[in-house]
Each structure stands twice: as structure tokens, then as C-alpha cells.
Design a protein around this ligand. Sequence first.
Ligand code: NOJ
Length: 513
Amino acid sequence: MKNSPSWLDGAVFYEIYPQSFMDSNGDGIGDFNGIISKLDYIKDLGCNAIWMNPCFESPFGDAGYDVSDYYTAAPRYGTNEDLKRLFSEVHKRGMHILLDLVPGHTSVEHRWFKESMKPERNEFTDRYVWTDSIWEEPSGMASLRGISDRDGSCAVNFFSHQPALNYGFYKPERPWQQPMDAAGPIATREELKNIMRFWLSLGCDGFRVDMAGSLVKHDENGRGTISLWKNIREFLDEEFPEAAMVSEWGEPDKSLEGGFHMDFLLHFGPSHYNDLFRCEKPFFGGKGDVSEFVKKYIETYKSAGEKGLICIPSGNHDMDRLSRSIKGDRLKLAFAFLLSMPGAPFIYYGDEIGLRYVENHVSVEGGYGRTGSRSPMQWDNTANAGFSSAAPEKLYIRQDPAKDRPTVENQLRDGNSLLNEVKRLISIRKSSPALSNRGKIEFLHAEKNEYPLAYLRTAGDEKILVVINPSDNPAKFECGLKPREAVYTFGGEITSSEGYITALGISAGFYRV
Ligand code: NOJ
């Protein structure tokens, strides 16, 4: 790619859900100043880049993914000035920060939507995907109907209060379906550029883009949406060549073609990501299968791996917490994998201490089952685990009530903690070109229902063999390579004899070969 910011080659990301990270003013909800106060923690962990979930004005019916003003920070987090200060504090520490851009839909409370509901034609009439009669629903999409004087149904993208912005239809078939190059869709696209321009000029380093693959409607194999993003790539190349872009798309072969630098593997889509940590028998649970994941990964890597970064997250605000299904030392093996794969790693806040999924939650801000993965960070052993000075019932989401809940303070003190293991793994990754984001990968052992998983990472002359065995029992595979020096081991060393390598149960190791 013409412009890929060089810092992405060594980036290790930390995802911050701003509601739940650190509350500086005692109102029970996290804020920008709270985040600033914890930047040194993130830096110490070894992460050098941040993705922060949406922080714009919103009625918070979907935790901020329902924006009502793209140009103003949500007052509960602070002002635009506070956000600017967060950017500069991040930069002072040699780190970078991505905002979360929600291009597909707004809140029903957005002024654009209110204007578009009016029967008289105006600037926003074509800003959203409307049919031209209330009796016709947009086919293949859910819709909002009967709440406007305008005669029509409006497509929605996710919840029914998130009307779909209009980027056009790939092949329009009905009179109300506009082509991508009609005036309405082009105005929407240009406004998206204005929003990006605004925040990039204030100092953010790029965006994570929500539902990036779903913008053009009735698309064929992503062709329309890819061409839309190519147009945005031209704008970025011209005006903000240093801006970094990561998509929530889950199909790197498409998103990277559209000009994104990185794409996530997700808990939906074709990647088999769930086979690793989140299914009935996850591979990292010790009795699963990694072969389908690896097969798909190789396919994607071949078609997209050279163009950009395929990112494997530890989790995110939409998935069950990693520690809900992967326990004890196996969590360390999960991180040994996440931090030795190519692409930029993304650590969801709290996963580094094994923050637990909090069971039996009522839904908070459209979280539903996701709510248990969004509870406030646990910093220390004071009230509310140091997250907030508010009364516990005022907290954004109830915290893990367990007496032995993990905290940063306890884990920093314990040399064998998950937190210290994650730190160690990040620093090893950062010191090795082969293990870092652009080092190449070749799988050596990833057989159906078998352990261990083994791969070779390479950059220039450096070659590192990675062997990870989450099963309880020793496991071996045929391998002609001679491990020379251990760069990292957990749970004991591998042994190599007669053309086989054997790894002990619950172990991981990185070796120079
Ligand atoms: C994906 C986001 O990650 C999720 O939290 C949100 O609810 C939907 N997109 C809708 O914007």
C-alpha cells in the first residue's frame, strides 16, 4: 500500500471502552481525564496504540454506536478540549490513538434524521435509505416505519433506532434505490470525509471503522463498498497520509483491497476465530480443533497478508470475555498465541488481568449479553476496585463481586501473574522482527483435533519456531528444525529427537532455529 504509517509495523493495541476504564470525577462512569491518568499503565504494559470506542454525543441506546452529533464529544466523557488533551498526552508518550467511526448509521435523534423525516424536500432527504411508500419495506433490511410525516420506511442497520445512512445501492432495482453516484449518496460520503477531517485535524491518528463492510446496500461480494472505501483512501492519501485505518469487516481480502491498513478477525464471518477461544470446545480450552481456523487463515493471508495486517483480538466489547471459557494457565497460552501471530495484536482492556465476564446482568445501554464483558476495570483493592469514588450502585455497570477478583495491583505484585506474562510476551514481540507485525508465518503443525499448534515466524535472517500446546498431555509432531535458543518458554521446554518435537502439556515456547 502506498501509505501505511510506519508505526503500525510495531503497533500493539489496547482497546478502551471509555465508560468502564477510569472515572476521574466520581460520577460512576469513565472519562477522558481518567484515561489520561492511566496512560502510563498502558505504556508500561507495552501497548503503544489505543482504540477507543465511540465517544461522541449520543442518547446511548447502543453504548455510543448511535451517534447524534459526530463533531462533539459526549459530555459525560469531557469536552472536545479534553479529548484533544488526551491526543496530546498519548503522543507525548510516543503512542497513537484511533477513534471509533460509525459511518453506517446514526441515532434517530441525530438532526440529519429529524430533517430527513420531514415530508418537504431538504438537504437531508436523501441522507438515509428511505423507500417512497410506508407500505414498501426495504427488502432484505429491517426498517423503521410510521414515526414520520414523510411517506416511506427507513432501513436500519442494527437496532431499530439506528437508521441506515445512504451510500447508495450497488445495482438499484426500485425507484427509491439510489445508485452510488447519485447526489444523496455522494453527499453522505463527503460528509463522512468532513468528520474524518475534523478529528484528524484535532490530532487523532486514525479510526476503527464500525461495520465497514456494510455501507453500500444490496452489494455484490463487497464490490460497491470496496470502491467507496477506495475513494476515501484517495482522500486520506492526499490529505492525511499518516492516518491509520482498521475495519470491523472480518474479511481482510476485501477490506485491505478497499484501502484499510488492517482488518479484524471477528466472532462472526468466515474466519473460524471462535474455534480458538469461544465455542463449545475451544482449541485453547485444551480439547478443540484449530485446523479450520488455520486453513482459513492461510487462505486470507495469501490473498491479503502482503497488503496489510490481519488483526486477531483477545476479545472486544461485543464478545464474551476471553476468561469466560479459557481458564488459568491456558490464558497465558492464549496470549502466547495472540502475541506471536502476524498482524497488529489488540488487547481488550482487562483481558491482560483475566477480568471476568460478570454474570446475571440486566442490559446496560443496549449491551444485552455483551454487558457482562463491559464491566469497569479493576485497578486496586480499594472501593470499586479503584475505578471510581462513586457509590457502588452508581457505577455504569456492576463490577465482579467475587472476593478474589483480579486487580492490576495484585497482579503487578505477583511475578507469576497473567499481567506479568502478557508484559513479558509483548516485550519479546517488540524485540524480535520475526515475531512482530510484518514477520512472515508458515504453519508447521495444525492438524484436525491434534495438538500442538506450531508455526515458524521469519524476518530476514531471524527464524522463530513457535510451539503451543494447550492440551493437558504432551503432544508431538514431525519437524526437521533444530531449536537452538529459547526466546520464551512457559510450562517447560520442548524436546527434539529423531525428527520429532514434543511439547509438554500446557506449555508454550518460542525458539530460534
Ligand atoms: C459493531 C459494534 O462493535 C457494536 O458494539 C455495535 O452495537 C454495532 N456495530 C452497531 O454499530
